[in-house]
Write a protein that binds this ligand. Structure first.
Ligand SMILES: NC(=O)c1ccc[n+]([C@@H]2O[C@H](COP(=O)([O-])OP(=O)(O)OC[C@H]3O[C@@H](n4cnc5c(N)ncnc54)[C@H](O)[C@@H]3O)[C@@H](O)[C@H]2O)c1
Length: 351
């Protein structure tokens, strides 16, 4: 390498599971200005197999040893939700930039401490809310900003599966995961909706949750699970009321008797026009007929790569949008309020 070429940024990955494999490592491998130097897993055999697959130099089981020996510039946190807080805090303390998988943490207190730690360290902390990086999402965000919709007063976010309880990992374990479909898949459409709306200030939250199918069925489109250890909700239905008078309704489920196998989408209804997010379609009514103002034929399937790319470019100093620690905290607060409302069966005020 010539003296003028900067050294590649050193990358470490924590949690050698499927998202680390398919998204983080696969993306980092496409860049010659990054070098994957270490991987850590609580199961050393996972870390070693991952290191072999991706040509990563070293596999670790102890985080402080990794941080001391491998000296990464960037850390991807891909461990189960329960461990995001401790892994992000340790990486920031060691002076690393961090890309953390969603959800940010288990509760708003942790997400807030992570936000403050990133600020104190002067490092980038981004969350992998990748649906906001689809070109569809950006088109709708631009349309909101240019006034195409007038005021949007009703938003419907759907993250529903007919029978799609994850059959791997710890997704049915409340203690390790923090919750079920809301914190796993609903959170994605919640973030995409909030991003398009420009993160309006929230007044209150109400929600109902159900646990009817996960504890009785045991297999579906994503494999098998043990109904005896299923401790998360199957479905949650919530309404977020904004200070501007608008509402965002969120429906999310791992298992619900609906016609479609899976629905991941958001629709927006404004005074002048409405829109569907995936694929982006903006419309209104002219003389009783649907009038299209903008339409993509297919939704952007590169959104996950764009999320990783934005993080790295941000680390390198480009002023590109990321799902940052401030917005991650707002999303974590909304998730907590939705769970609190569904448990107490009462409205939760947020301002
Ligand atoms: N952005 C997305 O669309 C997306 C998709 C999938 C998963 N995720 C998130 O990524 C995270 C991991 O999910 P996954 O599907 O890859 O799970 P996974 O079960 O495939 O992988 C998790 C890995 O972490 C390891 N692990 C467990 N405890 C650990 C600890 N204390 N320290 C280090 N490693 C530990 C496990 O051994 C396993 O190898 C979760 O937070 C999940 O919400 C995000």
């Amino acid at each position: 390498m010539s003296a003028l070429t900067p050294s590649p940024l050193r990358v470490a990955i924590i949690g050698a599971g499927q998202v680390a494999d398919k998204v983080h490592a696969s993306y980092y491998a496409t860049r010659n200005d990054l070098q994957m130097v270490a991987v850590l897993d609580s199961h050393l055999d996972h870390a070693k197999a991952f290191a072999n697959r991706h040509g990563t130099k070293k596999a670790y089981q102890d985080l402080q040893t990794l941080l001391r020996e491998a000296k990464p510039d960037i850390v991807s946190v891909c461990s189960p939700n329960r461990f995001h807080y401790e892994h992000v805090m340790a990486a920031l303390e060691a002076g690393c930039h961090v890309m953390c998988e969603k959800p940010p943490a288990m509760n708003p207190k942790q997400a807030d401490e992570m936000r403050l730690a990133a600020r104190k360290a002067g490092k980038v902390l981004a969350y992998d809310f990748h649906h906001r990086f689809a070109q569809d999402t950006q088109l709708l965000r631009d349309a909101v900003q240019s006034g195409t919709f007038g005021e949007i007063y009703v938003t419907n976010a759907l993250a529903l599966r007919r029978c799609g309880v994850p059959g791997w990992g710890v997704f049915t374990n409340k203690a390790l995961q923090g919750g079920g479909p809301l914190i796993d898949i609903g959170i994605h459409m919640l973030d995409a909706a909030m991003y398009v709306l420009g993160f309006p200030k929230v007044k209150s939250v109400t929600a109902h949750s159900f646990q009817r199918l996960g504890t009785s069925k045991s297999s579906g489109q994503f494999g098998e699970w043990d109904p005896k250890t299923y401790t998360v909700e199957d479905a949650l239905f919530g309404t977020i009321e904004f200070c501007n008078g608008g509402i965002l309704r969120l429906e999310t489920s791992f298992a619900l008797n609906i016609r479609e196998q899976s629905v991941m989408n958001v629709s927006f209804c404004g005074e002048k026009a409405g829109a569907t997010l995936f694929p982006a379609h903006i419309y209104n009514d002219v003389g009783g007929e649907l009038h299209t103002l903008l339409k993509r034929d297919e939704a952007d399937d590169q959104r996950h790569i764009r999320s990783m790319d934005a993080f790295v470019r941000h680390v390198q100093g480009e002023p590109v949008m990321i799902a940052d620690a401030e917005q991650g905290l707002v999303i974590q607060q909304l998730v907590a309020a939705l769970y609190e409302s569904s448990e107490k069966r009462e409205r939760v005020a947020l301002c």
